[in-house]
Ligand binder design. Structure first.
Ligand code: BJW
Length: 244
């Protein structure tokens, strides 16, 4: 990122009244949370993409839970980084400020963001297989798998797996905010997963300045207003330095 690019991004934010911050796994990378793509990570010999699929969950709920509880155990020691904190602090400076995240780690809320739309759910919650009711789960590791809700109902992780619908209303709320915003930050996402990747495109189509923060070029880069190359923890706090 050049100084001029940074100044340009700040000018867009200084003029904005309504801001959407669209985030992906890269914003949590500096907190120590692994990203999804660009690695061939496996767990017990199962590729991560398969472990996070509806196929595994339908075939073997207990093994699916072992994967998610393993992830919950790793995540419980993790803290928000400078990028999460900068977004949480920026919230009060704009008439409207919404974080739209694909992440399931809950780090935006932990940093203090009050307005967060979670497109892909939250790993700290379970959902009733029969009732669809959501439950806050006890700390990881869980004492028994699968965890159970009222009436001994088995729970599944409250996350969105490939081929599953997004939580009711979440995409719509994000899309409405994107279509109204003046500036949209696109932080730490490869932009390959749909329908989530439509959010920055909706902001662009509505005339917003759309600013990407990512060390790498992505599928979204050619469609956006400005691309700032670098790490979220370095760049995001700098963007808000001059915003009153
Ligand atoms: C840094 C950094 C630093 C690193 N600072 N940056 C249209 C076209 C084609 C396919 C589809 C389509 N519409 C739907 C689909 C199918 C599918 C899909 O999108 N597939 C594509 C992959 C091809 N979508 C779905 O299935 C979705 N559902 C759906 O469409 O429902 C309708 C329907 C239902 C039934 C039938 C048909 C349609 C659901 C998608 C759910 C995604 N779930 C996951 C797993 C969650 C649970 C878990 O945690 O295990 O969500 S997959 C995974 O990818 C996770 C993430 O939220 C998501 C996005 O990944 P993200 O965040 O972008 O991470 P990475 O790793 O890809 O990128 C990290 C980035 O950070 C990189 O760019 C780095 O450079 C950068 N970075 N360090 C800043 N320090």
């Amino acid at each position: 990122m050049t100084e001029e690019q940074c100044r340009q991004a700040r000018r867009y934010l200084a003029q904005a009244k309504r801001v959407v911050a669209f985030t992906g796994a890269g914003i949590s990378a500096e907190s120590g949370v692994p990203t999804f793509r660009g690695s061939d990570a496996t767990w017990k010999g199962i590729p991560a993409a398969v472990a996070s699929s509806i196929g595994l969950l339908e075939q073997d709920l207990t093994t699916a839970w072992e994967w998610f509880d393993y992830r919950r155990t790793l995540l419980k020691a993790v803290s928000p980084n400078a990028a999460h904190i900068a977004l949480a602090q920026a919230e009060k400076r704009f008439a409207e400020f919404l974080v739209v995240t694909q992440n399931v780690d809950g780090l935006h809320q932990k940093a203090g963001s009050a307005r967060v739309v979670e497109l892909h759910g939250n790993i700290w919650r379970g959902r009733g297989l029969r009732s669809g009711r959501r439950y806050d789960l006890p700390a990881a590791p869980l004492p028994a798998l699968p965890p159970r809700g009222d009436g001994d109902e088995p729970l599944r992780p409250d996350v969105v797996l490939f081929g599953e619908m997004l939580p009711a209303g979440a995409f719509e709320e994000a899309e409405i905010a994107a279509a109204r915003c003046d500036a949209c930050l696109v932080i730490g996402t490869s932009g390959v997963v749909y329908p989530a990747a439509l959010i920055p495109l909706a902001a662009r189509d509505a005339g917003a300045a759309v600013i990407e923060i990512n060390p790498e070029a992505t599928d979204l880069t050619p469609h956006l207003t400005l691309s700032l190359r670098g790490r979220a923890g370095d760049i995001v706090p700098r963007l808000f330095e001059d915003v009153a």
